[in-house]
Design a binder for this molecule. Structure first.
Ligand SMILES: Nc1ncnc2c1ncn2[C@@H]1O[C@H](COP(=O)(O)OP(=O)(O)O)[C@@H](O)[C@H]1O
Ligand SMILES: [Mg+2]
Length: 301
C-alpha cells in the first residue's frame, strides 16, 4: 500500500537535491529564457498525493476560474502547502512558491537591477515572473513579511491586476493565468504581526485544520508507510495533545509531526522513542508538559 513515488515528505536527500536545483534555477537569468522554458521548471510533474477533506477542491477551482486571490488559513503542518501543490497540478498551472520572512523586501518579490560584467540588467522577482508569464504565486506564511513588503501585492489583488516595476519604469499587466495565493496561521499571530484589513479583504479564504480522525490516519499511513492501526494510535495521541493547546501548549501536534513519527516507526524505531523524538520533545521544553505528553504516548504504545 505504501507508494514510494508519493513519499514526498521528509526525505532530506531529495530535498537537498531539490534545493540545489532551485538555487541553480534562481541563478539563471530569467530574461535569457523563453517564458515557456522558464515556467516549465515550475510545473508539477506528477500528481501530488492530496486527500480531500471537505469541499476545498471545488471551492478553489471556482475561485481560480474567476482568478480570485486566495488565503489558506490554518495551523502549521495541516496540509496547506500540499493543497496548493495539488491544485496547481490539477489546474495544470506552474507554481512559484515564496517562503516569506521578515528580511524579505519588496524588491525580493518584484525584482531588481543586477550588476554583471556587461553592465546592469533587470531581473524579475518571483512575483513579477508569475504575473508576467502566468503562474500561481504562493506566498507561504505571508505575515512573516514586513508590511512594506506585503503592500507590493496590492495592485495585483484588485481589479487592476497589474504590477508596477517602479525602478524599471514598466507596468506588468497580469497574465490571464496568474493567481495569488497566501498562507496564514491565525494561531500565532500577535497584534503586531497580523495582516491589515486592507490586505485581508483582497482575498477569499479557505479554512484548514487537522483533518478528522480517520482521514488524518489515512494520510499519516500513506505518507509514512506505517499501517493504519499504528497511524490511528498516533492520531489519538495528537488529539490528546491538541486538547492541551492554550493550557501550556502554543500549538497542537501537526499532521506533519505525526508523519515524522510514523516514518521513524516505519524505519524500525520503537514507537515510544519515535514519539518522543518526533512529537513530544520538539513541541515543548516544559518538564511537566513533557510528562503529560509522554504518558499520552504510553497509553497507546
Ligand atoms: N489533506 C492532505 N492530503 C495529503 N497529505 C496531507 C494532507 N494534509 C497534510 N498532509 C501531509 O502533511 C504534511 C504537512 O502538510 P503541509 O502542506 O506542509 O502543511 P502546511 O503547509 O499547512 O504547514 C504534508 O507534507 C503532507 O504529507
Ligand atoms: Mg506550508
Amino acid at each position: 500500500m505504501h507508494n514510494q513515488t508519493f513519499m514526498r515528505t521528509y526525505s532530506p536527500r531529495q530535498e537537498a537535491l531539490a534545493r540545489k536545483a532551485a538555487q541553480q534555477r534562481d541563478n539563471q537569468s530569467f530574461e535569457n529564457l523563453a517564458s515557456s522554458d522558464l515556467l516549465t521548471q515550475y510545473r508539477i510533474k506528477s500528481e501530488p498525493y492530496y486527500r480531500m477533506v471537505a469541499d476545498e477542491i471545488e471551492l478553489y477551482e471556482a475561485a481560480y476560474s474567476v482568478r480570485m486571490p486566495i488565503m489558506l488559513k490554518g495551523p502549521t503542518g495541516c496540509g496547506k502547502t500540499r493543497f496548493v501543490e495539488y491544485m496547481a497540478w490539477k489546474l495544470n498551472k506552474p507554481l512559484i512558491t515564496v517562503a516569506c520572512n521578515e528580511d524579505m523586501t519588496a524588491s525580493d518579490l518584484i525584482g531588481r537591477y543586477l550588476l554583471d560584467a556587461s553592465g546592469t540588467r533587470w531581473q524579475d522577482g518571483p512575483l513579477a515572473v508569475a504575473a508576467r508569464y502566468g503562474a500561481i504565486c504562493y506566498l507561504d506564511e505571508v505575515v512573516e513579511a514586513r508590511q512594506d513588503t506585503i503592500v507590493a501585492i496590492h495592485t495585483l489583488t484588485d481589479a487592476r491586476r497589474m504590477l508596477p516595476l517602479e525602478k524599471k519604469g514598466e507596468v506588468i499587466e497580469a497574465h490571464p493565468d496568474f493567481q495569488l495565493v497566501i498562507s496564514y496561521n491565525p494561531g500565532y499571530q500577535s497584534l503586531m504581526k497580523d495582516l491589515k484589513q486592507s490586505t485581508k479583504q483582497r482575498f477569499g479564504a479557505l479554512d484548514f485544520d487537522y483533518p478528522e480522525h480517520d482521514i488524518e490516519a489515512e494520510i499519516v499511513a500513506h505518507e509514512s508507510g506505517i499501517n493504519l492501526d499504528i497511524a490511528k494510535k498516533l492520531v489519538h495521541i495528537a488529539e490528546r495533545a491538541r486538547n492541551l493547546k492554550g493550557h501550556g501548549l502554543d500549538e497542537g501536534l501537526s499532521t506533519r509531526m505525526l508523519i515524522y513519527a510514523g516514518s521513524l516507526i516505519y524505519k524500525g524505531v520503537q514507537p515510544l522513542a519515535a514519539c518522543r523524538v518526533a512529537l513530544v520533545r520538539p513541541i515543548t521544553d516544559d518538564p511537566d508538559m513533557r510528562d503529560a505528553l509522554d504518558s499520552a504516548v504510553t497509553t497507546y504504545f
